[in-house]
Each structure stands twice: as C-alpha cells, then as structure tokens.
Design a binder for this molecule. Structure first.
Ligand SMILES: [Zn+2]
Length: 275
C-alpha cells in the first residue's frame, strides 16, 4: 500500500507537471473507484487552472482556481502515469486528464481501492477526510515535547499507537518498525511510558526513515511505480522489517531480529537492543 513517502513522491512528481496548467478535459472510463467519482467531476474540472499540489497524510490535494481542491487517495494500487497524446487508454486507466498544453495524465488503479473527492479548498481541514488527522511527522515545527504530551495518556503499546492516525499521521507498519528499532524502543512498551528523552530519540528517527524513503522514491508495494514509471527501491534497504532471524545491524548489538504478530500486524524488532 502506498504510504506517506510514496504519496509524497507522487506529489513531488505531479507538481512540476501540473502546477500552473489549465485543465482542458477530464474523462472518466467508469463511474466509480472504491466510491463513485464526485458529482459532475469532469464538468467541475474543465477549464480550471491547477494552483498547487500538496500532501496531507496520505491524501494528494490538488488546489484549483475554482476554489475547489481535488482530493485523491491512492488506495492499494493507485498511480499516475503520463500518456503520449494519442495513446490508447490502458485497461486500468480509470481517469484521464488533458491540459490545454497537450499533457495527458492517466490515473491507473487495478484494484480500485483509491478514491477521489472535490471539496471547497477552505473546508478541507474540516472535512470528514481530514478533521481527525493528527500531526504531520515531517512538519518542521513538530517537537519531541509535542509527541511526549500527545502520547502521555495512552496505555496501548507504542507500536499500535503510532499506527493510529489521530495523533501522528502517515506512519505505516514498515516505518513504525524501522523507527522504533533505530531509536532502540521496544514496540510493546506502553505509549505513556516513553519519556521525553526517548521521544527526543524517536522523532528524528521517524523523520529520518521517512526522508530516506522519499529520497529513494519510497516503495512498499512491489508493483508500485513512481510518476515516471521507475520502480521504487526502498524495500531493499530495511534494517529490521522483514528481517526475521537476521542479525541485528546495530554496531554494538549481537541480537537476532524477531517477528511477533501484534494486533494482527507483523512487528519486527530486536529483543536485545530495543528496551
Ligand atoms: Zn539489536
């Protein structure tokens, strides 16, 4: 499933292609993805100019000159790819956008778990999609003190609480495992037991693991492709995720990576150095 780094990668790929462009036409090849497309979507997108592309959690937000914002969730397998002007639409190209300069972009989604909405830009933060979302992990203003405070009443294990999206967004299973390992924190610890110093270690590790994934074009889905069609390759560089039975890669640790199922998801960790 595309996670925060993949969505950020897609946003960064879409930005130079789309910002400042005027939409000529949007064509839908079917009526729905996971949900029906927004009412009168092609009409509402016609002739409008794209003002910006940004990300909130795992949503792509495309701000439009019509004062609407086009919200896109990639689901399990959604991706954008560029088509030659006269190319035939592919089998899973469910939406095709043409700009007045001739750029043709298709939204492709074989499993159709993705969805889209058109919302007023000034109401995005209050919308049902965004109102319960927590802080952005890469926000420059986010501090260890914020997180220490937010999680200080939570009894649930830190691994589980970090996967929930209402305090901190965008951390999927892989990135939670990787950052807890890097910070040396046991995934079964009660969230409220983490002290300020531990949050001061964990926050930079969360940010670093996400930044490295973004830099690598991040990927968690084997057939996931960047906007330009290149496969992401971050999946080959995990330190702990999917490394069951392997030696812990920390310099002063001779532990062995263990896999345990925690609330239905695999947790990979090193029992020796994650206390
Ligand atoms: Zn270790």
């Amino acid at each position: 499933m595309p996670e925060l780094p993949e969505v950020e990668t897609v946003c960064r790929g879409l930005t130079p292609l789309l910002v400042g462009q005027q939409i000529h036409k949007v064509t839908l090849q079917r009526e729905n993805l996971r949900y029906p497309f927004p009412f009168l979507m092609p009409e509402r997108l016609q002739d409008v100019t794209i003002l910006g592309v940004r990300r909130r959690a795992k949503y792509i937000l495309i701000d439009l000159s019509s004062c609407d914002t086009w919200l896109i969730h990639l689901g399990m397998s959604g991706k954008f790819h560029q088509l030659a002007a006269e190319a035939q639409f592919g089998k899973h190209d469910h939406l095709v956008l043409k700009t007045i300069t001739g750029l043709t972009l298709a939204y492709n989604d074989p499993r159709r778990f993705g969805y889209m909405a058109l919302l007023r830009t000034d109401q995005i933060d209050q919308s049902s999609y965004c109102k319960n979302l927590g802080l952005e992990p890469l926000d420059a203003n986010l501090t260890a003190a914020h997180l220490h405070g937010l999680f200080s009443f939570i009894k649930r294990p830190i691994k589980i609480a970090l996967l929930e999206q209402q305090r901190l967004v965008g951390l999927g299973n892989i990135y939670v495992c990787e950052s807890l390992w890097a910070a040396g924190i046991n995934p079964f610890r009660e969230s409220r037991s983490l002290n300020y110093d531990e949050w001061s270690k964990l926050l930079p590790e969360i940010q670093s693991v996400l930044q490295r994934a973004i830099a690598a074009g991040g990927s968690t889905l084997k057939d996931y492709k960047k906007i330009n069609g290149d496969l992401g390759y971050f999946q080959h560089h995990f330190s702990v995720y999917d490394c069951e039975g392997g030696a812990c890669q920390k310099a002063n640790c001779n532990g062995t990576i263990k896999r345990v199922v925690q609330s239905g998801r695999s947790t990979f960790y090193c029992p020796t150095c994650q206390q």
